[in-house]
Ligand binder design. Structure first.
Ligand code: KIV
Ligand code: ZN
Length: 543
């Protein structure tokens, strides 16, 4: 049965690459976004919101390459309710197998008065014009009344009727500031159905933020009220506290959907853990150990009573099997005597088609690790391949470093980095600890004042010789000074952060690489902000 004919099927609309990418410190380049989009396709999501094409040339390029290369899901781009946004969005998604334009305008008086500085009539006009324009370009048009849950339901209903009259196929109801409670959100949707009977001919969608920790509960309440699309993001990333977490809503429907009249999704749940790890690595956003579904302790039993129960019968303390979400994929695959062909086959099994130069680079990296580790597991390989992908696109890369550590003298580090233009520069620093010394030496080598905000070391797997995975979040001390070749004045007062993550057998090497990536991300973000404010102020009240 196809999704559209199955009344209990809930479509999963993934916004990791759009709302998720708006999280502070995240700055993904086009090839990283493409890698995530391919994993989303493997996961079987119904819609990929690939980005906000008008926001920057980088966003446009990423949406376009995803539209051209990713097959399976609908590929959607976001556009404010104005002609320029919609044209640009169409240009980016037009080559998709199934393109969708998602346009939005606020219906709450708070937004209309204070942000749009417009009137309710203006909002109706913008809705009419923008949905009509989008519909002339593509069949599939989604409309969102932003901040709907704080808006007058009667006025929102009038706006939705206009969107439907102009041909919107999906109506999404955002709880933009994460203010609603589940019963309220469901009641809001029920009221909209009553006020706008035509809503039954469209797909109703939820888009819930997690400011009060209710994003998944609100989305589920929305589905129970009749919504058949849920907007969500891997690991729950997104503006502020984030969006509804994709893995949580999917597994909620998987485990409890039967108790909710058979609600279900088309997601291949065994790909969830891998999607989570990929997004975490590429964004630098660490997944908390106790995170539902994909946290490393999500299926761990600590207390004696729990362990005893699980040993006797897993159902005593487990409601899901870790294998269902793909968390137990750590079979040993390769050792130090494995050759290129074995590596290629193992990578293909993981879904990576690696040939030629890329295979040579992966093999060199694999050998380096296999010489130090007894065995290289599927999870190690996945971490290495993702790390290798990053290396190709990083701004600054580490050429070499020296760290002198002793209990009698303050540690001293010297590092050489290659910049995006190919120049190699060196920097040194005597710090409070070896990690502090190498981070400050990197500041000296790059000439950028990075200030560490978060630092975290994890092991990829549980063994004593596990690969180390380091995550760094830093803030630019002076974003304007970090930006080159663009007008720095535009950055006055901006706070710019960058996140980076890296994997290596040596923790100091991983830390240095993660810091260099975080610096590169922060500077690239500052450059985008300086060149063109990422989200140009407001939709103009008249289209
Ligand atoms: O949170 C929100 O309202 C949004 C819209 C653009 C759908 O992200
Ligand atoms: Zn949002």
């Amino acid at each position: 049965m196809s999704a559209s004919t199955d009344a209990r099927r809930v479509q999963i609309f993934d916004t990791t690459l759009r709302d998720g990418e708006q999280s502070p410190g995240i700055s993904l380049n086009a090839s990283e976004k493409l890698e995530i989009a391919h994993q989303l396709a493997r996961l079987g999501v119904d819609v990929i919101e690939a980005g906000f094409p008008i926001a920057s040339p980088g966003d446009f390029a990423a949406v376009q390459v995803i539209a051209r290369e990713v097959r399976g899901p609908v590929v959607c781009g976001l556009a404010r309710a104005n002609a320029g946004d919609i044209d640009r969005c169409f240009e980016a998604i037009r080559d998709a197998e199934r393109p969708r334009i998602h346009t939005f305008v606020s219906t709450s008086d708070i937004h209309i008065e204070h942000q749009l500085k417009a009137s309710r009539e203006d909002v109706k006009g913008l809705t009419r014009a923008s949905v009509a324009q989008a519909k002339a370009l593509v069949d599939d048009v989604e409309f969102s009344p932003m901040d709907a849950t704080r808006a007058d339901v009667g006025f929102t209903a009038e706006v939705l009727q206009i969107a439907l009259d102009e041909g919107a196929t999906v109506i999404n109801v955002p709880d933009t500031v994460g203010y609603a409670m589940p019963l309220e959100y469901a009641a809001f949707l029920t009221r909209l159905y009553a006020l706008v009977p035509d809503l039954r001919s469209a797909t109703l969608s939820t888009h819930c933020h997690d400011d009060l920790g209710l994003a998944v509960a609100n989305s589920f309440a929305g589905v129970q009220a009749g919504a058949r699309q849920v907007e969500c993001a891997i690991n729950g990333i997104g503006e502020r506290a984030g969006n509804a977490s994709l893995e949580e809503i999917v597994m909620l429907l998987h485990v409890r959907g039967g108790h909710a009249d058979g609600l279900h999704t088309g997601v291949e749940t065994t790909e969830l853990a891998r999607a989570s790890r990929l997004v975490s690595r590429l964004t630098g956003y660490v997944v908390q150990p106790n995170k539902a579904i994909v946290g490393r302790n999500a299926f761990a039993h600590e207390s004696g009573i729990h362990q005893d129960g699980v040993l006797k019968d897993r159902s005593t303390f487990e409601i899901m099997d870790a294998r269902t979400v793909g968390l137990e994929t750590n079979a040993l695959v390769l050792g130090k005597h494995s050759g290129r062909a074995a590596l290629k086959a193992a990578l293909e099994e993981l879904g990576y088609a690696v040939e030629g130069q890329a295979l040579n680079a992966a093999f060199t990296r694999f050998k380096d690790v296999a010489d130090r580790k007894k065995s290289v597991s599927a999870m190690d390989l996945e971490a290495l391949v993702t790390d290798e992908l990053r290396t190709e696109h990083a701004g600054w890369t580490i050429e070499w470093f020296d760290v002198e550590a002793s209990s009698r003298r303050p540690p001293h580090a010297t590092v050489a980095v290659k910049g995006p233009d190919g120049d190699v520069t060196e920097g040194s620093f005597t710090g409070d600890g070896p990690v502090d010394a190498i981070f400050k030496a990197l500041n000296a080598a790059t000439g950028v004042d990075g200030r560490l905000r978060e630092f975290r070391v994890d092991a990829v797997t549980g063994e004593a010789d596990a690969l180390g995975e380091v995550s760094v979040v830093l803030e630019l001390g002076d974003p304007a000074a970090a930006v080159r070749n663009v007008t720095p004045g535009l950055l006055t007062g901006e706070r710019v952060t960058g996140a980076g993550q890296a994997v290596a057998t040596d923790i100091i090497a991983a830390a240095a690489t993660a810091y260099a990536r975080a610096l590169s991300n922060a500077v690239s973000k500052a450059t985008t902000l300086a060149a063109a404010p990422a989200v140009p102020a407001l939709p103009s009240p008249t289209p």
